[in-house]
Design a binder for this molecule. Structure first.
Ligand code: GDP
Ligand code: IMO
Ligand code: MG
Length: 434
């Protein structure tokens, strides 16, 4: 038995969905621990694409228990749509929603937009999925939790108070809210009825699973640089996306987690606002964007592209305690004569090799690069052949590039991904192997 976490090491969209789906093969439980429908996790199975916002990425295997942990915030309508989508694919998902997870309400969407407008150049460019306002209410202890959807009394009492407050809050931003308290109550009571078979005590279920020596896979959302505490404040999200969040967002104690796999895209991508020192606002960036179809899974916004940044990756490795790395997108970065890695920054004339504390300092950081020889591009079927032949068969230039990163951060490679499909993967270590 083992407990393993799969965590975004950069700015999100590293390919966590694909890696979780792969490792889920031998997992008994797959649990999301943070975020909500701001996440967009893509799984490509037999050529068919699934994009999950809330459904854990173990959903495509029948018989696994998919948990939405207490650290998540749930848009019930979207989750119900995803349940329908999985059922349409011929799979009845086993889903367990923590009664302690918080519920995103209609006001949260409105407030997300209103707050972003007000913040101006400090706006993070959110996904407008109501994430920040929902976590704000959780912290202020105004929140409505999944367990409240099971009791008409609890829901109506809490919702009535909240409705009044939120309408006033929206008024501060000059916004009106057209749904009445009764409309919201009836809408969310309806969601509660539909979700009631899935809502339960996920903390106890995971405790029982670990006591019975089951394999548990914890699925991160977002990435280290978006963490509310450790990320690039205020341009990140509103939850702890890093390894600590895997504990608080599920109730699994730190000493029970055996493996922490950092998913590292071999270059940088970022959706949203704020400084990105290695950003490529040029033809190279555009080429990577086009080649990799780098457009947001949730919002379809073009992702900002840059060279790999070791400064933030070193920091991310430290705060997450990675035991292994899953590299993704080796195929996308192919076909360049030269590729670069940022090894350190220059900040106000000084060399630094660890992430600074403030976004103001971060914005002044100038990347310093080491150049590497690029590797040849190949048709998709040749990449698929590499997945079968294994790591040693990869082009030497690509291996040199990956080994430089792995050595610098002192973390071994567990996976090298060379395409979006489950089969396009070189697995060097399976976290659940006996
Ligand atoms: P997540 O949020 O971390 O799960 O990542 P997303 O699903 O938002 O974005 C990752 C994208 O990269 C998806 O379209 C994946 O199908 C795709 N992907 C993952 N690994 C690879 C890879 O090794 N090569 C290629 N070409 N695409 C990949
Ligand atoms: P996955 O799990 C990439 C970014 C948004 C914005 C900031 C805050 O697919 O990797 P929010 O809506 O959370 O309040 O937005 O965080 N963001 C993501 N970027 N991948 C994600 O998730 C993200 N989730 C949030 O673009 O800058
Ligand atoms: Mg994504």
């Amino acid at each position: 038995m083992s407990v393993a976490a799969v965590i975004g090491a950069q700015w999100g969209d590293e390919g966590k969905g694909k890696i979780v789906d792969l490792y889920a093969q031998r997992a008994d439980y797959v649990a999301r621990y943070c975020g909500g429908a701001n996440a967009g996790h893509t799984i490509v199975l037999a050529g068919k694409k699934f994009k999950f916002n809330l459904m854990p990425s173990g959903a495509l295997y029948p018989g696994k228990t998919n948990v939405i942990g207490n650290g998540c915030v749930i848009d019930p309508k979207r989750l119900l749509d995803e349940i329908t989508e999985v059922k349409a694919a011929g799979i009845t998902p086993t889903l367990l929603i923590s009664g302690r997870a918080h519920i995103v309400l209609p006001y949260h969407f409105e407030l997300d937009g209103a707050e972003e407008e007000k913040k101006g150049d400090l706006a993070a460019g959110t996904t407008r999925r109501g994430i920040g306002p929902c976590y704000s209410d959780k912290a202020a202890r105004f929140g409505i939790r999944a367990s409240d959807l099971l009791s008409q009394d609890a829901l109506s009492k809490k919702l009535e108070k909240m409705h009044d407050l939120k309408v006033k809050q929206l008024g501060i931003y000059g916004k009106t809210f057209n749904l009445g308290y009764k409309d919201v109550l009836s809408q969310y009571s309806g969601y509660g009825r539909l979700l009631s078979p899935y809502i339960g005590d996920a903390t106890f279920a995971l405790f029982s699973a670990i006591s019975k020596k089951k394999n548990v896979l914890l699925e991160g959302a977002q990435g280290a640089m978006l963490d509310i505490d450790h990320g690039l404040y205020p341009f990140g999200t509103s939850s702890n996306t890093t390894a600590g969040g895997a504990c608080t967002g599920t109730g699994i104690p730190p000493k029970k987690i055996d493996e922490v796999v950092g998913v590292v895209k071999v270059y940088t991508s970022r959706v949203g606002a704020g400084p990105v020192p290695t950003e490529l606002n040029d033809a190279t960036g555009q080429k990577i964007r086009d080649k990799g179809d780098e457009y947001g899974t949730v919002t379809r916004r073009p992702r900002r592209i840059g060279w790999l940044d070791l400064v933030t990756l070193r920091y991310s490795t430290w705060i997450n305690g990675f035991t292994g790395i899953a590299f993704t997108r080796l195929d996308t970065l192919a076909g360049f004569d030269e590729v670069k890695i940022c090894t350190h920054y220059e900040l106000d004339g000084k060399k630094i090799d660890f992430m600074p504390q403030t976004q103001e300092e971060f914005a002044r950081c100038k990347p310093v690069y080491k150049s590497f020889k690029g590797w040849l591009d190949m048709p998709e079927k040749e990449w698929k052949a590499f997945a079968k032949k294994g790591y040693a068969a990869l082009p030497k230039e690509a291996r040199d590039y990956l080994e430089f990163i792995s050595k610098d951060i002192g973390v071994p490679m567990y996976i090298v991904s060379v395409g979006p499909g489950r089969e396009d993967t070189i697995v060097l270590k399976d976290v659940f192997a006996k």
